[in-house]
Each structure stands twice: as C-alpha cells, then as structure tokens.
Design a protein around this ligand. Structure first.
Ligand code: OGA
Ligand code: MN
Length: 189
C-alpha cells in the first residue's frame, strides 16, 4: 500500500474537482455495477457510488494531465516490477452521503487483468467525522485512510481487500486500474 500526499499541484486538484462536479451536475454519472450479471436491486447493498468512465479521446485538459501522470506511474511500475502493464482504465466516482462500498477486492472473479488500483481523492477539508475512510484489511486486522484532497493511494488490485466506510458527506475521487492486458472487444451472438 502506497499513500502519497500532495503529489499533484493544488490548481490541478481544484480543476479536477470542479470538472467532476460539473459532469455530475450534468447527469453524466450512472450507478456503478459489480462484476458481471449481478441483479440490479442488490447493487445498492454492496456499493452506492455513481461513476463516470473516462474515455481517452474525450478528456478535459486536466483529466488528460492526470492520464499522463498515470501513464508515467504505469511505466515506472512496469519497469520496477518487470511486468508488462500496457493499459489503464479510469473513472470518476461520487459517493452520496450515506453511501459505502462493502469489503471487496478490485478483481473480477473470472478475470485477473487488474494489477494496481490507483485512487486520487478530491475532498477538501475532510474531517474524521465525515466518514468515508478507505478501510484496508490485513491478515491481523485493519487500518483506515482518510480520503483527503490530493491524497493518492496505490495498491495491488488482487491482494488488498478493502472497503469504503459510510460517508457522511458527498465524497469524490478518481479511481484507476493499471492492467496487464489491453481489453479485448466483446462480440455478441
Ligand atoms: C473501488 C474502491 C475505494 C475508495 O472503487 O473499487 O474500492 O477509497 N474505491 O474510493
Ligand atoms: Mn475497490
């Protein structure tokens, strides 16, 4: 688990946040799904965030900046661990007050292509009583991370079990996954 604060300039964080809020206000977010084929009515019992996937060809100026930061991080991790990491995917996330994401791994059961999870938090003046901590489980217990503005966390998608505790305020972030393959197109019929 890597936790890094203040890696990105304040101005970039502010812009990412205001663009996120704008897209949210324009109805660009939709309720997140879990895995494949999970009945819709059960989803809110597991996670209550709304998301907007970022498409590489439709990024704002500051989202593009964040993407190139992720490119650099991906290349660094690839070199350091000597594994091919050709792809990343990324979405904006908004947790309404009262929402959470139950304990899980970031890996679909039937695939193993996500290697690193990277989350950038965009919550100004976050206080412990606001809730929404990222709870990280270890073999002998757990610890909590405050989702405060500019904090970046990076962890192994398949190894680190985690949860988002109930948030008492709207909670914003950008979540990305660094993958070991490029997504294959799905052909139907
Ligand atoms: C996720 C997730 C954690 C967080 O989106 O898979 O676990 O702190 N997010 O936002
Ligand atoms: Mn997760």
């Amino acid at each position: 688990m890597a936790i890094v604060d203040d890696l990105l300039p304040h101005e970039v964080l502010q812009q990412l946040l205001s663009e996120l809020k704008q897209a949210l206000g324009e109805g660009e977010f939709h309720p997140a799904h879990i895995g494949h084929g999970v009945a819709e009515y059960r989803i809110s019992e597991i996670r209550g965030d709304k998301i907007m996937w970022l498409e590489e060809n439709a990024l704002t100026e500051y989202q593009r900046l964040y993407f190139s930061f992720l490119d650099e991080l991906r290349e660094h991790l690839s070199n350091y661990f000597r594994i091919a990491l050709p792809w990343q995917e990324c979405h904006l996330a908004a947790y309404p007050s009262g929402s959470f994401y139950k304990r899980h791994f970031d890996q679909f059961r039937e695939t193993n292509n996500r290697i690193f999870s990277v989350i950038l938090y965009l919550n100004e003046n976050w206080k412990p009583e606001d809730g929404g901590q990222l709870r990280v489980y270890e073999s002998d217990g757990h610890y909590d991370i405050d989702p405060k503005m500019g904090r970046l966390v990076c962890f192994r998608s398949d190894l680190v079990e985690h949860e988002v505790l109930i948030t008492n305020k709207p909670r914003f972030s950008i979540t990305g996954w660094i993958r070991r393959d490029e997504p294959t197109p799905i052909f139907l019929g």
